[in-house]
Ligand binder design. Structure first.
Ligand code: HEC
Ligand code: HEC
Length: 220
């Protein structure tokens, strides 16, 4: 948010006075990030990073930006997601990856809650019960073992370690509860959810996802 405000005032300062070096640095970083995005990411994530179902997720989705920490974005971009279509971009280096994240953050519409979400307690669920829910509800969009697009489905590879090793249980919990606007991922909590899962049932699903990550880790 602070970065965003700096940017807004930086752009205003630029237009009015063409002075104010801090503002220039911030808007320069965002402009560089936009260009790097267009060169490296747009081919899959589409213009304005709106994503394409079954091909690449939206990166400007407001819920994702709100709960994803800079660490999550930086490390996902650096390492990619092994066994999915998301390649690693370590060769760009930390500064350029940081510029891309700064560009993505200009699409923020909700307060950044990443810190509080990552500090949420770990799941206390039962993986065996979670497996039943997963098979009933999630498989249709995420694949039998959460393989993602490779299985011909619209959802990402949530059973693979490239995702699981980068996110907290809070990140998974918030996503299951509230979903992601304007994507096929609707929330599973409350009457207008895709299914109304109780909190304890969501914990079970998280525990099952964690067990899938272990299997993939062992397989490598
Ligand atoms: C060849 C296609 C391709 C390119 C190029 C690509 N990505 Fe991806 N990206 C993907 C796919 C596919 C996924 C989802 C992987 C999965 O199933 O988990 C993804 C996932 C992501 C995620 C995780 C999003 C989420 O919802 O958790 C981030 C962040 C991301 N990409 C950023 C980038 C950035 C930044 C670039 C450019 C530097 C980039 N990607 C380039 C295909 C691509
Ligand atoms: C109707 C299809 C659909 C169903 C059913 C569904 N999802 Fe999703 N899910 C998606 C899509 C699509 C995305 C990626 C959003 C995007 O493309 O930007 C997603 C994203 C996610 C993410 C974030 C993954 C990432 O890469 O950041 C999690 C976690 C998730 N879903 C968990 C679940 C769980 C658990 C269930 C079952 C309780 C479930 N989903 C059911 C379509 C679905």
């Amino acid at each position: 948010m602070i970065r965003h405000q700096q940017l807004v005032s930086g752009v205003a300062g630029l237009a009015l006075l063409a002075i104010g070096s801090a503002g220039h640095a911030a808007s320069g970083e965002v402009a560089q990030g936009k260009q790097l995005f267009e060169q490296n990411c747009q081919v899959c994530h589409q213009a304005d990073a709106i994503g394409k179902p079954g091909f690449a997720p939206s990166l400007t989705n407001k819920e994702l930006l709100s709960i994803g920490s800079d660490k999550f974005f930086m490390s996902t971009i650096r390492d990619g997601r092994t066994g999915t279509g998301m390649p690693p971009f370590a060769h760009l280096g930390k500064k350029k990856i940081g510029a891309i994240v700064a560009f993505l953050r200009t699409h923020e519409k909700l307060p950044n809650r990443a810190k509080e979400v990552d500090a949420e307690p770990a799941s206390f669920g039962d993986a065996r019960k979670g497996e039943l829910w997963f098979n009933e509800i999630c498989v249709a969009c995420h694949g039998d073992k959460g393989e993602g697009y490779g299985a011909g489905v619209v959802g990402t590879a949530i059973g693979k370690s490239g995702f699981l090793n980068k996110v907290s249980d809070g990140f998974i919990r918030e996503t299951i509860k509230h979903g992601r606007s304007n994507t096929r991922m609707r929330g599973f909590s409350g009457a207008d959810g895709l299914a109304n899962l109780r909190d304890s049932e969501i914990e079970d699903v998280i525990a099952y996802l964690r067990s899938l990550g272990d299997q993939h880790n062992r397989a490598r």
